[in-house]
Design a binder for this molecule. Structure first.
Ligand SMILES: [Ca+2]
Ligand SMILES: [Ca+2]
Length: 465
């Protein structure tokens, strides 16, 4: 009898040892669920990162108060498709070959069979549900609507009308610009004609809220892709009314900022948009419209957090909130994304893990690190071949040693390396920029070629090579 009990005890011990580490510590409510919230084109204009002094983001603050807030969270590409493909595949654009918004990874031989982050959870016992804009699949053609999704990644989906840019706005302002169709069609802001409950974003959030009210036999991975503050900047009037146009503070700029930029950098800038906005006295209006859309996204996030808190999954769900890249609103006379400066590649990035202490982490991390991090946290088998690194050590101790810089590509051969202090940028013609964030948080003064810069640029460049 004694021998049998001993054998049973040994078996139990062996089982405990065999369980993934996260299942034996921190929290008895495992396996954990995952709630991944994207906010499209959200830069660092949150109350946490203080990218703009007037931003109103009480719900993001509420989540941050329970999370590790990454003050240096960077995309691997400063545009939707390439960034999201990198996040979802755990690979850099240099590895997966997806640098732009046109190529869809499922349509290319080399990447068609990649297993995405949610797909990997699906293959390892999770139920996956995706709502709204999580992927950025190519534009639909003819009668085929744009889906912004990857069917194989999800057990169930709510696509809604997110890709349609709707609800159709009543634009107060539509810039009359002699420029490309793209900007003429997109650079629009104004009040949305429908009440907030009827907006596509909140309908999508409602789907997620309903999902959280259901009983789920398996642990789940729920993706919630909020479309704002992406253009058009059209949200219900109440969100605009929170910001007095006369009082809007413009981003800080240096008049001579472009003078020390290489030609390759200047080519990325859209001075036409900026020039017209200034000439037509619309810079403030545009900033207000972006702030209104962030506040609307924050409202959606709050609705999502309320739903989680009122659900049976409040205590055992990992919550991630991230933008997919940063955003310029006139800095360096540039608008939108598509550059390698801090403005376009830094985004808001928060991860809440049940039982982990909240805090701030200043280590440079990549959004691409999310894949290995979630696999690690949830005790899934290690996924071979990912480019990112699990940031679990930083979630457990935000001051932990972290050796990796954040790498970003824009098209092939434009790339940037960011460590805790410096940003280094390299263009295809060999020209470079270097900024010291300790002295120059706005990246106004290009140190490339200056005394002492060579060693720093060589060290940072080696990460790409
Ligand atoms: Ca985006
Ligand atoms: Ca400059």
């Amino acid at each position: 009898m004694k021998i049998r009990i001993l054998t049973l005890n040994l078996m139990a011990l062996a089982l405990i040892i065999m369980l993934p580490s996260c299942q034996s510590e921190k929290n008895e409510l495992q396996p954990w669920n995952v709630l991944l919230i994207f906010s499209d084109d959200l830069n660092d204009w949150t109350s946490v990162l203080k990218g703009h002094p007037q931003t109103l983001t009480p719900n993001i603050q509420r989540l941050a108060d329970q999370s590790i807030s990454f003050t240096r969270g960077y995309c691997s590409a400063p545009l939707c498709n390439a960034s999201r493909t990198s996040i979802m595949t755990g690979l850099t654009p240099a590895t997966n070959g997806i640098y732009d918004n046109k190529r869809w990874f499922r349509e290319h031989e080399k990447t068609a069979g990649l297993v995405t982050l949610p797909q990997y959870f699906k293959a390892n016992g999770y139920q996956t549900a995706g709502a709204g804009k999580l992927f950025h699949s190519p534009r639909g053609s003819g009668e085929v609507p744009r889906k912004m999704s990857d069917d194989i990644s999800w057990d169930e989906q709510y696509i809604g009308e997110i890709g349609a840019q709707a609800p159709e706005p009543f634009p107060e302002q539509r810039l009359d610009l002699p420029m490309t169709e793209y900007f003429h069609a997109f650079f629009v802001w104004g009040h949305s004609p429908v009440p907030k409950e009827e907006t596509h974003d909140l309908k999508m959030v409602q789907y997620c809220a309903n999902y959280l009210q259901q009983d789920h036999e398996k642990p789940f991975f729920l993706g919630c892709g909020i479309f704002r503050p992406h253009l058009h900047w059209c949200v219900p009037e109440e969100f605009f009314n929170k910001f007095d146009l006369e009082d809007i503070i413009l981003p800080e700029v240096l008049e001579t900022d472009l003078e020390d930029l290489p030609e390759a950098a200047k080519k990325l800038i859209k001075p036409l948009v900026h020039g017209q906005l200034v000439k037509q006295d619309m810079w403030r209006e545009a900033v207000r419209a972006y702030l209104a859309c962030i506040n609307f996204a924050d409202y959606c996030i709050g609705t999502m957090l309320d739903a989680l808190e009122d659900s049976p999954y409040a205590e055992n769900t990992i919550v991630i909130l991230m933008g997919d890249h940063g955003y310029h609103l006139g800095e360096k006379e540039h608008w939108t994304k598509f550059t390698l400066w801090e403005r376009a590649v830094r985004t808001s990035y928060f991860i809440k893990v049940p039982g982990f202490d909240p805090g701030r982490c200043d280590a440079p991390v990549s959004l691409m690190d999310l894949y290995p991090t979630l696999v690690d946290l949830c005790g899934l088998p290690e996924k071979e071949g990912l480019d990112g690194h699990s940031i679990r050590p930083l979630l457990e101790d935000p001051d932990a040693e972290w050796e990796y810089p954040a790498l970003t590509w824009f098209r092939e051969n434009n790339y940037s390396v960011r460590d805790e202090r410096y940003r280094y940028i390299h263009y295809p013609d060999g020209s470079t920029e270097l900024y010291d964030h300790d002295a120059d948080p706005h990246e106004w003064y290009n140190l490339s070629g200056k005394q002492g810069s060579k060693e720093i640029t060589r060290r940072l460049d080696a990460w790409i090579k």
